[in-house]
Write a protein that binds this ligand. Sequence first.
Ligand code: FES
Ligand SMILES: [Fe+2]
Length: 423
Amino acid sequence: MLSREKNELLTRTGPGTPMGTLLRRYWLPAALSLELPEPDGAPVRVRLLGEQLVAFRDSSGRIGLLREFCAHRGASLFFGRNEECGLRCIYHGWKYDASGNCVDMMNEPADLDFQSKIRLSAYPTMELGGLVWTYLGPPEQQPPLPRFAWALVPESHRHVYKTWQECNWLQALEGGIDTSHANILHRRLHPTDARHGIVPSATFVRAGAPRLEVYPHEYGYLYAGVRSLDDEQVYVRTYHYVMPFTQIRPGPLDMVKPHNAGHIWIPMDDENCMVYHWTYSMGAEPLSEEDRLEPGSGREPSEHLPDFRKVRNKDNNYLIDRQAQKTELFSGIVGINNQDNAVQESMGPIVDRTQEHLGPADKAIIIARQMLLDAVDTARAGGDPPGVHGDYEQLHAIVGAYPRDGSWQAAAGGTHQPLAAQV
Ligand code: FES
Ligand SMILES: [Fe+2]
């Protein structure tokens, strides 16, 4: 349970809010590179931490990220003409370059030089790992781009996509660092078809409910669901929570192929977030088409509308199939991502955490909240919050059977920091 004040503090991310100030200290994904495939192509709207922006790839390939509304009289630049290294408003023809400088005005005489006095807010952008990243914080505190292994492998080994989730970023993130729901919400009732859900393996079923272990690091924490197999072995599935909004987990096929996957939860505003999904091959083999599509994950492009909202959504009750709920799927909802979205969005746009009852299985969530609250204080005091200068290339997640002697911890560590004591 949280106080109303702390719930507000954790969930509000607009300009000037404490959490908004913290999140503005990190590079944030703003769009998929594939949304801006070519110079002078169509601009896209970007909603980020309550700010309404427009992104465009100019004639030279550079990506501009500007305030969406024209400095003249506020028309949306989403409708703008992307031409000759700038975005031109279709109302009176004011034109802006990728840095936000007004470079031309069609409705004013050129000799007035009015345009040199006009500038639109603009944010820096970088492309890495199939994403367009931006930084909304104070320029003097701009850190380097984070280095994640998935973003550094060749494109053939990586897949990224995104989903517009219609709820606050924190309850979506908390769903992603909540291992105890995985083989309940996502369970298939028959082990004949692994699509659309998790079919617990015989090993997994034998292992029963997990014991959750959390190991803090300077970047966030490693957490592990540890299930007892027999006197000698435990079944371990590890995740990393990287401050403030990233999860790294074993890929869906990790037991047969060395894959990792994860999410990045980015607030669009306080009642919507964009969830970036990534997966990559950690071995020599590139991803196959099936690896990219992850059939049954609910993350396939076919499960999305053109603006990345979901085909199965809260307005149609995620097309829940009550017959399937009796006979096939624990949830009755097709697609793992859709199952997650259904429960997380069903809590309301911003869940009231004064009413919840947390148990030991929620330990990772409790610790993440405390880390975020501490980081808010650090950022408020002008310090560097955790993970802001992060090199995460060595971080990886593991799954499988390991001896009880603790050797899984060595396999799961994967970071330059030694494991701290378990919390
Ligand atoms: S509102 Fe954009 S040029 Fe007038
Ligand atoms: Fe889930």
